[in-house]
Design a protein around this ligand. Structure first.
Ligand code: PLP
Length: 380
């Protein structure tokens, strides 16, 4: 099997799995218990908090552990809105992951004004439009740092400068950015930042929300006093320790992994463009994460490509969603105004440190033959 679907999820590191097993088997006490056993487990949780904080340049006190990226995003957005009841506007973008996109739709149904800033053909955020949308009613700006479908990076320095200038809190969905670009909240004026364990070779169902000191935030849940009242409930200790270790290793190996995986991604992209006619790299003109390429195959259907790839043991992905029987191009590619003949056949290949040059070469070699077996569709 060749796994090129690392933006969907990554393989947990062996070290992470081992550490989690040990926690489940041996260090199973409740970290809120006063006995020594409990305090030993508390220590493990606090070490993990330090590891996650170190990866993003935060102080450990600013890290809240959650049950994943989606929960971090919901806590950030709803938490800030609830803390500022007089402000009813949320500004986001047209290319967000469904965690932010569908939350925005839900908030609009609840009476909030939700503005979606557009992107250009390469997927870059329209900063002039963002600036125009900020006003005294704006409770929060919530945008992604790296796009899950294309890998395109928003210019977060400029976004943060704009929001700071207007005094509007900024939340970044950094689920695809952490581990793929250097993240340093000490030098970036962002109030909240979401990350997820399973995108950095940690466990699924784990995540964290960075909350800058003095940011006003209400919890989503009511219960115990865990996570400074922001996320009640007995901690997922094994998950938290796994996330912490994944974060520590991610930081330690960052440059080496980046250079190696970038070379593989570029080799894949070059190979596909050379041997497969009529392709387009969506977002290829913008700064991107080093592991992702989104390739549009002209007049082909993504679903059909994925099926034939899967039959040959190649795991990739597409942003297309099946709606009312017809395959619609993803909202991301639609927002980028990608021509229909390329948007319908857009495939995301996302790599990781577990991939090899041999795997890339096998995909490049197999693709032209596999694509030739598909029937082209003409779209109007
Ligand atoms: N945001 C982005 C950009 C993502 O890619 C994902 C996961 O695919 C999420 C949020 C949700 O994260 P999680 O799967 O940890 O809930």
């Amino acid at each position: 099997m060749i796994y090129f679907d690392n933006n969907a999820t990554t393989r947990p590191l062996d070290e992470v799995v081992e550490a989690m097993l040990e926690l489940l088997r041996v260090d199973y006490a409740n970290p809120s218990s006063v006995h020594q056993f409990g305090q030993r487990v508390r220590h493990r949780v606090e070490c993990a908090r330090e590891q996650v904080a170190a990866l993003i340049g935060a102080s450990p006190k600013e890290i809240v552990f959650t049950g994943g990226g989606t929960e971090s995003i919901n806590l950030a957005v709803r938490g800030v809105l609830a803390a500022q009841p007089t402000k009813r506007r949320l500004v986001t973008s047209g290319v967000e992951h469904s965690a932010v996109k569908r939350l925005g739709e839900q908030l609009a149904r609840e009476g909030y004004v939700v503005e979606r800033v557009g992107v250009d053909q390469e997927g870059r955020l329209d900063l002039a439009e963002l600036e125009r949308r900020l006003d005294d009613e704006t409770a929060l700006v919530s945008v992604m740092w790296a796009n899950n479908e294309t890998g395109v990076l928003f210019d977060v320095e400029r976004i943060a400068a704009l929001t700071a200038d207007r005094g509007v809190p900024l939340h970044l969905d950094a689920v695809q950015a952490v581990g793929r670009v250097p993240v340093d909240v000490a030098s970036l004026p962002v109030q909240l930042l979401s990350l997820s364990g399973h995108k950095i070779h940690g466990p699924k169902g784990t995540g964290a929300l960075y909350v800058r000191r003095r940011t006003r935030l209400r919890p989503l849940l009511v219960g115990g006093r865990q996570e400074r009242d922001l996320r009640p409930g007995t901690e997922n200790v094994a998950g938290i320790v796994g996330l912490g270790l994944a974060a520590e290793i991610c930081g330690r190996r960052f440059e080496r992994v980046r250079d190696e995986v970038a070379a593989l991604r570029d080799r894949l992209e070059r190979g596909i463009r050379q041997y497969c006619p009529n392709t387009r790299v969506n977002g290829g003109g913008a700064p991107r994460t080093y592991n992702t390429t989104n390739i549009g195959f002209e007049n082909l259907q993504a679903e059909a490509i994925l099926l034939v790839l899967s039959e040959h043991g190649i795991c990739a992905s597409s942003g297309a969603a099946c709606s009312s029987g017809s395959l619609e191009p993803s909202h991301v590619l639609q927002a980028m105004n990608i021509e229909t003949r390329f948007a319908h056949g857009a495939i995301r290949f996302s790599l990781s440190q577990f991939n090899t040059a041999d795997q890339v070469d096998r995909v490049v070699e197999a693709l032209p033959r596999l694509l030739a077996s598909l029937t082209p569709v003409t779209t109007v």
